[in-house]
Write a protein that binds this ligand. Sequence first.
Ligand code: NAP
Length: 301
Amino acid sequence: MTSHQILPVLGNCRLLGVIGDPIKHSLSPVMHNAALQAYAVDQGLDAVPYVYLPLNISFKDLETAIAGLRAIHCQGFNVTIPHKQAIMAHLDQISDIATRIGAVNTVWCSDTGWEGTNTDVYGFLAPLRALDRDWSDAEVMILGNGGAARAVIAGCEQLGVRTIRIIGRDRHKLEALQQDFQSSTSPHQIQVQTWEESEQFLGRTQLVVNTTPIGMAPKVDASPLSEKAIAALPKTAIVYDLIYTPQPTKLLAIARQQGKGIIDGLEMLVQQGAAALEIWLKAKPDVEVMRQAAQAILAKR
Ligand code: NAP
């Protein structure tokens, strides 16, 4: 694509978007519109087929908003906080992976109505798969037990790891999560531990994933693990932080200083977006265009 080319929005343009509240800090509009422009240019189209808008929809207005989106023939949308679970009641079909996680982040209009899935698992796995590493004997430690942790657990199941250890501060929440995911036929073990208990397992953990907001801007001086705890990880361990502002987080900066492999949350964000766009376009978008568009905005924040 030639970067100066901006294709117009004509009368046959359809709507895509992201619903959430708040939504104004979302990077999705910039990533998706950049990719839609690139797609239209590459295909030799005279206009963009879709525009992608941030749609601020409060929790109480979800049902009305979904009916409105249907009425204006919206082609599809991403779903973020606080609608990822609540949207499920408004869909005609939900994929197995979204059912397993209990959350939908991508919706599209099909012949049978609204269909929903969750592309966060794909996004989470993309940078790990790029490492081309065998995870079959690995122990993974997941810090936090909220919505993102559920996608990470499902991702670790797909990686085929041996043990998934979830760290949280509320034993009831931890046990509920364990019950949701563990079954007698699971090939892996799901363990749950409090933060205090987690220390003894660091030495055998090959992958740590931070799914808490600890270290996210503006509280950039915080880290979910101390320097000593990060040092207790094996030399070959990978530290993965779902946060993408700042880049790197304190957790990742310490891990990198200690020579560990690090992954930040931007690639997950870009790859989950690319997977959603592929569903709507029925064609692979230019992931590099999406990555650069997101980086350019982050650099200005
Ligand atoms: P969430 O559902 O609110 O879960 C947050 C989790 O962090 C909860 O388990 C919470 O514990 C724990 N937590 C929060 N503050 C804590 C503290 N001070 N000490 C210990 N634990 C704490 O949020 P989420 O949707 O899972 O998102 C979590 C993070 O992932 C956010 O930073 C988000 O930006 C990031 N994320 C990134 C991507 C991406 O594409 N890169 C995608 C999704 C999410 P309790 O349950 O005890 O409250």
